[in-house]
Design a protein. Structure first.
Length: 414
C-alpha cells in the first residue's frame, strides 16, 4: 500500500540549485519511493535565525511511497547529512533542509516527528510551492486546504484575491519593457508581487532603471537584452528567460517596432512592413510557441500578446494598413494558440486604442482632436490602463478566461 507524502526542500548555502537537484535525485533513488509532481523553485528571504543569511531556494516535491513515515524521515535526515547539513543554531543557514509536510492524512505527534509539519500553515515560502502542486490537499488538523492556508497568508478574502499582492511567487517576462506600455506592465506586475524579467533591445541603461524599479517593489528582477528581429535571438531569449528562475508563469509579448517616430517614420512602406512583421508578429509567435509549450509541460502559465483595437475596424493610410495587418494577425494567432495550449496555459490578447506613448506626446492638434472625437471616454488612455488590464488577465481572478481579446480603448467601437 502506498501513501502520498509531501516534502519541502530549502537551501541557502553553497550551490543552492545543485543541492536541491541532488536531494531530489537521492529521494528518487530510495526503494519504495516514486517522485511525483515537483514545484518550481522559488527564491525567498530567510525567516528568523541569525542576521546576514543569504536568500533561500525553496521547492516542494510529491512522493508516492510505501515507506513508513519514520523511515521516510530518517532517509531525509540522511540526505541532509550527506549534503553537509550541520545543525549549530536554530533557523541558521544550511546546505539543505528537508521537511516532511504531509504523510497522507495522518496526524503524528512524537518527540522526533510531527506531521503535518507544525509550522506549515505559517510559512508562505512553503505554501507557495506546495500550493502550486497540491492546492486541494486538506490539513487533517486545521481542516483547511493548502489553497486556503496559502490565500490566508497572502491576505486573500473569501471572495477572491485582494488587489495587493495576488501575483506573489509568479515569474514573468515582459518584452519591450524599457519604456512605454511595456515598462508600465513590468511595474504593475511587480506591484502585484511578481518577479519580472525586463527585456530591451539594446539599452542596458534603460533596462537597468526598470529593473531597479521592479526590485523596489520587493520582487526579483533581471535584465535580458535581445534584438527580436533576429530569429536566433528570439530562441536564445526564450531559453535564457526559462533558465533564469527555473521556469516562467507569465509571458507578455509587448515588444513592437516604432515606425511612427524618429528616423523610422521616414522609412518606405516596405521597410516598415518587414520590421513590423519581424518584431511584432514573428517574435510574438516564436516566443509564444516556445515558452507556451514549456509552460504547458510545467502545467500552468499565461501568455499575453498585444494587438490593436483598430485592426478589427480599420484605419485609413499607410500606418493603418500596416498595423491592421500585423496586429490583426497577432490577434488571430492568439485565439488559435489558446486552443493549442489549453487547459494548462491561458492565452489572451490586449488591444490598446489611443494610448499616449511617444507618438501621442508629439501628435498634431488634428490627431488630438480625432482622439477626443473617436473615444467615448473623451481622450487618451495611459500605459498604466493597459498594464492594469494585463495584471487582471494573468491573475487568479481571471482563471476561467482564455482566448479573449480585451480592447483597452476608452469604449471606441468603430
Amino acid at each position: 500500500m502506498t501513501t502520498i507524502a509531501y516534502v519541502a526542500l530549502g537551501s541557502n548555502l553553497g550551490d543552492r540549485r545543485a543541492m536541491l537537484r541532488q536531494a531530489l535525485t537521492w529521494l528518487g533513488e530510495l526503494s519504495d519511493v516514486r517522485i511525483g509532481l515537483t514545484s518550481s523553485i522559488y527564491e525567498t528571504a530567510p525567516v528568523g535565525g541569525p542576521a546576514g543569511q543569504g536568500a533561500y531556494l525553496n521547492a516542494v516535491v510529491q512522493l508516492e511511497t510505501s515507506l513508513p513515515p519514520r523511515s521516510l524521515l530518517w532517509h531525509c535526515l540522511d540526505i541532509e547529512t550527506r549534503l553537509g547539513r550541520i545543525r549549530t543554531v536554530r533557523d541558521g543557514p544550511r546546505t539543505i533542509d528537508l521537511d516532511l509536510l504531509f504523510y497522507g492524512d495522518q496526524l503524528i505527534e512524537e518527540p522526533e516527528l510531527i506531521v503535518p509539519h507544525p509550522r506549515l500553515h505559517e510559512r508562505l515560502f512553503v505554501l507557495i510551492p506546495l500550493n502550486e502542486i497540491a492546492p486541494g490537499v486538506v490539513h487533517p488538523r486545521l481542516g483547511q486546504t493548502v489553497q486556503q492556508m496559502h490565500d490566508r497568508l497572502l491576505g486573500v478574502a473569501a471572495f477572491g484575491p485582494s488587489p495587493g499582492r495576488e501575483l506573489t511567487g509568479l515569474r514573468a517576462l515582459v518584452t519591450g519593457s524599457t519604456s512605454g506600455i511595456g515598462r508600465a506592465i513590468a511595474q504593475e506586475l511587480a506591484w502585484a508581487g511578481a518577479d519580472v524579467l525586463v527585456h530591451g533591445r539594446r539599452s542596458l541603461e534603460q533596462a537597468e532603471l526598470v529593473r531597479q524599479a521592479v526590485q523596489r517593489q520587493g520582487g526579483r528582477s533581471e535584465v535580458l537584452l535581445a534584438d527580436l528581429q533576429d530569429r536566433s535571438a528570439c530562441a536564445q531569449l526564450a531559453e535564457n528567460a526559462w533558465q533564469c528562475w527555473d521556469g516562467l508563469d507569465i509571458l507578455v509579448n509587448n515588444a513592437g517596432a516604432d515606425t511612427l517616430t524618429g528616423e523610422a517614420a521616414k522609412w518606405s512602406f516596405e521597410q516598415k512592413l518587414d520590421t513590423l512583421l519581424a518584431v511584432d508578429l514573428k517574435a510574438t509567435m516564436y516566443l509564444s510557441r516556445a515558452l507556451g509549450q514549456l509552460m504547458k509541460q510545467a502545467g500552468r502559465g499565461v501568455v499575453i500578446n498585444v494587438g490593436w483595437d483598430q485592426a478589427e475596424t480599420g484605419m485609413e493610410g499607410d500606418s493603418g494598413e500596416l498595423f491592421a495587418a500585423v496586429k490583426g494577425a497577432i490577434m488571430c494567432f492568439s485565439r488559435s494558440l489558446s486552443l493549442s495550449l489549453a487547459p494548462e496555459v491561458r492565452v489572451h490578447c490586449v488591444a490598446p486604442g489611443w494610448i499616449k506613448t511617444a507618438w501621442g506626446e508629439t501628435a498634431s492638434e488634428v490627431w488630438q482632436e480625432r482622439v477626443k472625437r473617436e473615444t467615448p471616454l473623451g481622450g487618451w488612455g495611459k500605459p498604466e490602463d493597459v498594464a492594469k488590464s494585463v495584471r487582471w488577465l494573468v491573475s487568479p481572478t481571471a482563471a476561467y478566461l482564455t482566448g479573449q481579446t480585451i480592447r483597452v480603448n476608452g469604449g471606441a467601437v468603430r
